[in-house]
Design a protein. Structure first.
Length: 116
């Protein structure tokens, strides 16, 4: 079992920045990858960015060059630095962890709202 707690969402003007944090607890040594997903109103959940235990990263095309995913030194935290935010980035952002068995765990989500 892995528990995930996100923080750092909020309201920001277009062009601004936010940093999301996610702390994992429980069976953290079974985690293969950590990532961020988002669900905008009326849309399906989509992958924003992910980072593997080996440090490889993957980004949605819509956020490349603006968002950066990273892991903390303790390896049980993951961050999403979001720069040059756009109104279309408005969504609930979810932290996710995939463990060695292929099972995914999810955080409760944090709201990000970008005003124009």
């Amino acid at each position: 079992q892995v528990q995930l707690v996100e923080s750092g969402g909020g309201l920001v003007q277009a062009g601004g920045s936010l940093r999301l944090s996610c702390a994992a607890s429980g069976s953290i040594f079974s985690i293969n990858a950590l990532g961020w997903y988002r669900r905008a109103p009326g849309k399906q959940r989509e992958l924003v960015a992910a980072i593997t235990s080996g440090g490889s990263t993957n980004y949605a095309d819509s956020v490349k060059g603006r968002f950066t995913v990273s892991r903390g030194n303790a390896k049980n935290t993951v961050y999403l630095q979001m720069n040059s935010l756009k109104p279309e980035d408005t969504a609930v952002y979810y932290c996710a962890a995939r463990i060695v068995t292929g099972t995914d765990y999810w955080g409760q989500g944090t709201q990000v709202t970008v005003s124009s």
